[in-house]
Design a protein around this ligand. Structure first.
Ligand code: UD2
Ligand code: MN
Length: 367
């Protein structure tokens, strides 16, 4: 009797195990086919990459759910192909999975534009890029004030294109090149960059303003816009990797379109070296915003060593001017900007905008 009972129990256990195995097999098969289908989907998307890319870079402004900072985020549905059979691309992850962290940055080995081009075949004419495998959350215009720094630009492009690609944003690089040899004006050039980038593509959400000689040492320092205006270069080698003073806003900074407009853009009246970054910091605080920064170990930068350029001598008026931001920001800014566009050229790795921004007003002779 006991044997019989044991036999029946064993038989039941065997059946249950068999059933479990079958169930397991079915689940594995379902999962397998799902992954396989995704692969097929991926390859077909990969083949049709150029068309979908062109679509996402030129097309309408993404209108998905906006992240908390009020910047537009991409609508995954907008990338579905025309036949409607393809799955929409997933939204790019908030923290991109392919980042590598700390980077080795050096400016000793020679750098050529040919090499930069060869190593960045995915970058489109004009220095534009859209991630092929996910919907970017922001579209970023990177604006660089420029004159006679070709050698720095080659290093900048060499390091920045791969970093930006890993960061999974859609971006365009704009070099705002001051025409002629009059006194340099960094902030006014950046105002021009803001308007000209939007003329080029009207759906930029975010504007990053970078010196041509600064390269981040960590790709976790994400080049995008934040809830508050961003100061990216929080720890530079030239300041022993510390912030020189609490209100420092030089080097690399970023504002969303609405943050930029809220402060009436940057001042146009700082000719020569210095002060314009402090004025921008004042504008931000006076408009009730607060600068955000990456932590010291992520916000590290290397600056290419250089002498002070000709025609960019320290501006002697800068100390008095930064006392008056509250008054001047209302009349002097993007609202009062005047310039003559000289030339726009779309090079493979960047868009060059040469602009005549005039010269400082002549001061009345003393005495
Ligand atoms: C500091 C700040 C910079 C700005 C400047 C004062 C750092 C790292 N940067 O730069 O953001 O506030 O002080 O104006 O502290 N440029 C040219 N050609 C020229 C002159 C300037 O291309 O003839 C551009 C270039 O992008 C350069 C930037 O302007 O990186 C700033 O000029 P800089 O590098 O001579 O001044 P620096 O390093 O003291
Ligand atoms: Mn510099």
């Amino acid at each position: 009797m006991t044997r019989l009972l044991l036999g029946v129990t064993l038989e039941r256990i065997c059946k249950a195990v068999l059933l479990l195995c079958l169930l397991h097999f079915v689940i594995i098969m379902i999962l397998y086919f799902d992954v396989y289908a995704q692969h097929l989907d991926f390859f077909s998307r990969f083949n049709g990459r150029n068309s979908s890319r062109a679509q996402s870079s030129n097309s309408s402004r993404p209108n998905g759910t906006a992240p908390s900072c009020g910047l537009a985020s991409a609508d995954p549905a907008s990338s579905a192909n025309r036949s409607g059979t393809e799955k929409p691309l997933p939204l790019c992850q908030e923290v991109p999975p392919g980042l590598v962290g700390r980077l080795l940055i050096e400016f000793n080995s020679p750098m050529s534009m040919e090499r930069v081009q060869r190593e960045n075949p995915d970058v489109q004419e004009g220095g534009k890029y859209v991630p092929p495998d996910c919907q970017p959350r922001q579209k970023v215009a990177i604006l660089i004030p420029f004159r006679h720094r070709e050698h720095h630009l080659r290093y900048w492009l060499h390091y920045m294109h791969p970093i930006l690609r890993r960061q999974k944003v859609a971006y365009g690089i704009y070099i705002i090149n001051q025409y002629g040899e009059d006194t340099f004006n960094r902030a006014k050039l950046l105002n021009v960059g803001f308007l000209e980038a939007l003329k080029d593509e009207d759906d930029y959400d975010c504007f990053i303003f970078s010196d041509v000689d600064l390269v981040p040492m960590d790709d976790r320092n994400l080049y995008r816009c934040y809830e508050q205006p961003r100061h990216f270069a929080s720890a530079m080698d030239k300041f022993s990797f510390r912030l020189p003073y609490a209100g420092y806003f030089g080097g690399v900074s970023g504002l969303s379109r609405s943050q930029f407009l809220k402060i009436n853009g940057f001042p146009n009246e700082y000719w020569g070296w210095g002060g314009e970054d402090d004025d921008i910091f004042n504008r931000i605080s006076l408009n009730g915003m607060k600068v955000s920064r990456p932590s010291g170990h992520i916000g590290r930068y290397r600056m290419i060593k250089h002498e002070r350029d000709k025609h960019n001598e320290p501006n002697p008026q800068r100390f008095t001017k930064i006392q008056n931001t509250k008054v001047t920001m209302k009349r002097d800014g993007i609202s009062s900007l005047q310039y003559q566009l000289v030339e726009v050229t779309r090079w493979p790795m960047y868009t060059n905008i040469t602009v005549d921004i005039g010269k400082p007003p002549s001061r009345p002779a003393r005495g």
